[in-house]
Design a protein around this ligand. Structure first.
Ligand SMILES: Cc1cc2nc3c(=O)[nH]c(=O)nc-3n(C[C@H](O)[C@H](O)[C@H](O)COP(=O)(O)OP(=O)(O)OC[C@H]3O[C@@H](n4cnc5c(N)ncnc54)[C@H](O)[C@@H]3O)c2cc1C
Ligand SMILES: *[C@@H]1O[C@H](CO)[C@@H](O)[C@H](O)[C@H]1NC(C)=O
Ligand SMILES: *[C@@H]1O[C@H](CO)[C@@H](O)[C@H](O)[C@H]1NC(C)=O
Ligand SMILES: *[C@@H]1O[C@H](CO)[C@@H](O)[C@H](O)[C@H]1NC(C)=O
Ligand SMILES: *[C@@H]1O[C@H](CO)[C@@H](O)[C@H](O)[C@H]1NC(C)=O
Ligand SMILES: *[C@@H]1O[C@H](CO)[C@@H](O)[C@H](O)[C@H]1NC(C)=O
Ligand SMILES: *[C@@H]1O[C@H](CO)[C@@H](O)[C@H](O)[C@H]1NC(C)=O
Ligand SMILES: *[C@@H]1O[C@H](CO)[C@@H](O)[C@H](O)[C@H]1NC(C)=O
Ligand SMILES: *[C@@H]1O[C@H](CO)[C@@H](O)[C@H](O)[C@H]1NC(C)=O
Length: 483
């Protein structure tokens, strides 16, 4: 249990500093000695360790001293107490899709949640308990054919934990049901002091805080997600050649401006790689057939490839996968109120211009911008949360993803991403959109984004909750946005 010496150590600055220098290997042994047989500690070059530290991008991977796979909430509690009493840096990994180094990686102790992999549908099918080590694909596959589904990720491989906690979750069903965090009924949470608790809407402060940034309030082991009815769905990706970009852009702009059917969604992606500009749009309708006319404009544009079909939700998501070469990369974001024809044309141009320029620097450079036109009432589905700080109007979290091969190119690519988002923001403002200070989506934000840009006026409340829940700053030993 909780070391009795702990509060004393933390109040003594000198002891604190000497403990920080403690040998992490010793901490790994200490953890190994205290956890149950349900959990394991692993070291470099073992298969478990490599899997535990693995990330979607090599640029967000770090060689930790050891890795730990907790198998029970009690062991998570034990591990947190050892890390706290020794002031050892750690990282917590769900699906490993964070694109910022240090957010779910560490040079200290890597915690991988992969043993929390249970999926339990309630008897009446209204909720489903899912372990924090799962990826959305796992859940869709298990719920496939059950007649119900959750509000989760759009692309294969993404983790439930980071998606729901490190942000909010923008999904195919967000115009219809809100964000993923608006569809969580409860969290099983290990608090920074090791106490295991279940957080529901009744616990106002933790509920508010968890509904955006868990890692500052502890480690979640299980999410209880609300379900919704699920039939087969219609959709899939359509890709066009550059001579059709203007035609498809006109249809995308029309959908963005005029669609009011909340079961419909599109995800257009502008890209540039291998000296080629690309444009593909994934269409989605939450029923076996879309209403007449809704997607006619978009489907009328001659495509070079089209995989639109009626199929299960699980199969639609699986079909949208893309694999990257082992590579470096980053996400950045700019929020807008509307994807107007001008903004769409600007994004088309900037993707090609930066793609061309950066392609000269790095043979494997990949430049992409996805625009996410949801229904403007998307935030009306839930209660206040740290992000978005203002639920009274809809903002759309344009996703900017660049990837490259050489670490020496990091700065050039990241500053290009900032240049691109700045350009889009200025143009939207010049067009009359009030987005100068529109919140940036946490899960797409670069690691150096100021907290105020993400959480706005909620930063003060988050500071206050953090101080109350984690007075000893245990979670400060893990990476991520710092409060
Ligand atoms: C290919 C791709 C597609 C994406 N698609 C979407 C999308 O459609 N919609 C959307 O909203 N976002 C999307 N994202 C962003 C995505 O939500 C974030 O990358 C998210 O952080 C991924 O979660 P993860 O569990 O895989 O990440 P991880 O890197 O494992 O974790 C991310 C953060 O959550 C913390 N964390 C992980 N597990 C726990 C836990 N059990 N308790 C407390 N904290 C924990 C980590 O410490 C870290 O800070 C996408 C990202 C990628 C790369
Ligand atoms: C840390 O401890 C391990 C095992 O106890 C030992 O092999 C290693 O040399 C130590 N490293 C340092 C930097 O003290
Ligand atoms: C989902 O169910 C359908 C119909 O039974 C089946 O054809 C498909 O393979 C399943 N897909 C997944 C990803 O489990
Ligand atoms: C917009 O889309 C609707 C529905 O597909 C269509 O009827 C209309 O002609 C389109 N308008 C423009 C300007 O393209
Ligand atoms: C939206 O619909 C209106 C009415 O049909 C049309 O005039 C307008 O051009 C459409 N918007 C876009 C961006 O196509
Ligand atoms: C995009 O590029 C085209 C072709 O160079 C140009 O005519 C147009 O003005 C540009 N639009 C924007 C918004 O940058
Ligand atoms: C990485 O940089 C080196 C040296 O500048 C260069 O030779 C190599 O081609 C680059 N790799 C890629 C994939 O661009
Ligand atoms: C963005 O890039 C353009 C073109 O290189 C340059 O003129 C401009 O100064 C850059 N802006 C920023 C903010 O970096
Ligand atoms: C742990 O923290 C919680 C939340 O601040 C608090 O309610 C609880 O009393 C603490 N438990 C111990 C053992 O300190």
């Amino acid at each position: 249990m909780f070391s009795r010496a702990f509060p004393l150590i933390l109040s003594a600055g000198v002891a604190h500093a000497s403990l920080r220098a403690r040998n992490v290997s010793d901490v790994c042994s200490q953890i190994a000695n205290q956890i149950s047989g349900a959990s394991g500690v692993f070291y470099p070059s073992s298969a478990h360790y490599e899997q535990d530290i693995g990330h979607w991008l090599t640029s967000s991977l770090q060689q930790s001293t050891c890795s730990v796979e907790p198998g029970t909430a009690e062991d998570v509690s034990t591990i947190l107490q050892v890390l706290a009493s020794t002031r050892t840096p750690f990282g917590v990994k769900g699906g490993g899709h964070s694109t910022n180094i240090g957010f779910s990686s560490t040079l200290g102790v890597q915690i991988s949640m992969n043993r929390f992999n249970e999926i339990t549908l309630s008897g009446d099918k209204t909720t489903v308990d899912v372990g924090a080590g799962l990826i959305w694909d796992d859940i869709y596959a298990v719920l496939n054919g059950s007649g119900v589904n959750v509000v989760g990720g759009r692309i294969p491989g993404v983790g439930v934990a980071g998606f729901t906690l490190g942000g909010v979750g923008y999904t195919w069903k967000t115009s219809q049901y809100g964000l993923t965090l608006d569809n969580v009924a409860a969290y099983k949470l290990v608090l920074p002091n090791g106490t295991i608790t279940t957080v529901t809407a009744a616990d106002e402060d933790l509920w508010f805080g968890l509904r955006v940034r868990s890692l500052i309030f502890g480690i979640v082991t299980t999410f209880t997600l609300v379900t919704h009815p699920q039939t087969d769905v219609w959709g899939g990706p359509v890709t066009v050649s550059p001579d059709q970009f203007d035609a498809l852009n006109a249809a995308i702009a029309n959908f963005s401006a005029n669609n009011t059917d909340t079961k419909a969604a599109i995800l257009p992606t502008y890209s540039y790689s291998g000296a080629q500009p690309g444009l593909s749009v994934t269409l989605f309708y939450d029923a076996p057939t879309p209403p007449n006319g809704l997607f006619d404009d978009l489907l009328a544009v001659p495509a070079v490839a089209s995989h639109v079909a009626t199929r299960s939700f699980a199969d639609l998501v699986t079909s949208g996968g893309f694999t990257l070469p082992t590579t470096r990369g980053a996400l950045n974001s700019v929020s807008v109120l509307h994807y107007t024809p001008l903004i769409i044309q600007l994004i088309t141009n900037l993707t090609a211009e930066w793609g061309q320029r950066l392609g000269e620097l790095d043979d494997l450079s990949f430049v992409s911008v996805s625009i996410e036109p949801f229904n403007s009432a998307l935030f009306s589905h839930g209660a206040p949360s740290a992000y978005p700080p203002d639920r009274s109007r809809g903002i759309f979290p344009t996703n900017v993803f660049f990837s490259w091969q050489n670490a020496t190119s990091d700065d050039v690519f990241v500053s290009a991403m900032k240049n691109l988002t700045g350009h889009v923001r200025r143009t939207a403002v010049a067009e009359g959109q009030d987005v100068e200070h529109a919140a940036v989506y946490d899960n797409y934000a670069l690691g150096d984004t100021p907290l105020e840009d993400i959480y706005g006026h909620n930063v003060a409340r988050l500071h206050w909750i953090r101080t109350a829940i984690d007075p000893d700053d245990v979670m400060g030993l893990a990476g991520g946005f710092k409060f």
